[in-house]
Write a new protein. Structure first.
Lengths: 143, 133
C-alpha cells in the first residue's frame, strides 16, 4: 500500500533502471519503487542494462544496480560505462559489506555503496535526492 | 484508456499476478508493460529457472506466460510440465515463434504478436479461471 506522503513527494514519473540478478529481490524492490510512483525497468544483468541504456526509446533517469551481477560486466563496470557515456545519469550501487566498498570509490554519486540489507526508505530518500541533484545539474543546459 | 480501464477492473490489491518468463529483454519489457497497463501485477523472469524460483516462493501467481527457448537448466516446455504437475490451477500461455512440440498450456501465442492479443488472451484465461461454475 503506497504511503500518500511518499506518492505526493514524487513528482512526475521518473524512470529507474533496476539491475538485480536475484528475481525475488528484483521483483520486491521494483514493486516497492512502482508503488512510490516511479516507472521501473527491470534488468537482470549489465548486458540487459546496457541494451536498455543504449535504446533511445527508454529515457532512464537513474540506475540502481547490484554490484555482484553475473556476466562479463559487474556493477562497477556498469558504473564505469555510465560515467563515461552518460555522465549526467545518477547511479546507485548496492552491495554487501563484504564487497570492497572503497573500490566503488568515486563511481557512485553519493557515497561508495548502499549496503544490503538496506531500508527501503533509505533507498527512496537517496533516489529522490539524486534525481533532484541530477535535475539541477541539467537545468543550465535546458535553458 | 487501457490504463484507466485496467486499473478500474480490479479492486485494489486484487489484480491477478502474471509471471512473464522471457529471456529477450525488449520483448519481456514490452509484454510486462502491456500487462501492467491492463491492470495486472507482473513478475518478470529472465529464464524458466527464475520462474521456478518464483513459483516456489509465497508469491501468488495466476498465470504464467513463457517463451520456449531460454538458457538454463530447463526450457519453457519443461517449466509448463512442472507447473501442470504441481499447480494445475495456474494458467499457462506459451509465447514462441515455434510451435510447442508438446500439447501443453492453455493457449499459444505465435511470435510476433500484437500487444492487444496478448492482453486479450490473458484476460480471457484469467476470467475463465475466476468464473464460478
Amino acid at each position: 500500500m503506497l504511503n500518500p506522503d511518499i506518492a505526493a513527494a514524487v513528482k512526475g514519473a521518473e524512470t529507474l533502471l533496476v539491475v538485480e540478478p536475484d528475481v525475488l529481490v528484483r521483483h520486491s524492490i521494483s514493486d516497492y519503487l512502482r508503488e512510490c510512483g516511479f516507472e521501473v525497468i527491470e534488468a537482470m544483468n549489465a548486458s540487459e542494462a546496457l541494451a536498455v541504456l543504449q535504446e533511445p526509446t527508454f529515457a532512464v533517469d537513474l540506475v540502481l544496480s547490484q554490484v555482484e551481477i553475473s556476466g562479463p560486466i559487474d556493477g562497477f563496470g556498469l558504473a564505469h560505462w555510465v560515467r563515461a557515456n552518460r555522465p549526467n545519469l545518477p547511479i546507485v550501487l548496492v552491495g554487501s559489506p563484504a564487497m570492497a566498498a572503497e573500490a566503488a570509490g568515486d563511481l557512485c554519486e553519493a557515497g561508495p555503496l548502499l549496503a544490503k540489507p538496506y531500508e527501503p526508505q533509505v533507498l527512496l530518500d537517496r533516489i529522490k535526492r539524486l534525481l533532484a541533484e541530477s535535475k539541477r545539474a541539467r537545468k543550465p543546459d535546458d535553458e | 484508456v487501457e490504463n484507466v480501464n485496467g486499473a478500474a477492473r480490479y479492486a485494489e490489491g486484487a489484480a491477478p499476478t502474471v509471471l512473464v518468463a522471457e529471456d529477450e529483454v525488449f520483448i519481456r519489457l514490452m509484454m510486462a508493460d502491456e500487462l501492467m497497463r491492463a491492470g495486472f501485477q507482473v513478475i518478470q523472469c529472465t529464464s524458466a529457472d527464475e520462474a521456478w524460483t518464483v513459483l516456489q516462493s509465497s508469491l501468488d501467481v495466476g498465470l504464467v506466460l513463457t517463451d520456449i527457448r531460454m538458457a538454463g537448466s530447463m526450457d519453457g516446455l519443461e517449466l509448463a510440465i512442472r507447473i501442470r504437475s504441481n499447480w494445475p490451477h495456474i494458467k499457462i500461455v506459451i509465447a514462441s515463434s515455434e510451435m510447442p512440440r508438446l500439447p501443453i498450456g492453455d493457449a499459444f501465442l505465435s511470435k510476433p504478436f500484437f500487444p492487444q492479443d496478448l492482453v486479450a488472451c490473458v484476460e480471457q484465461l484469467l476470467a475463465r479461471r475466476n468464473a464460478k461454475p
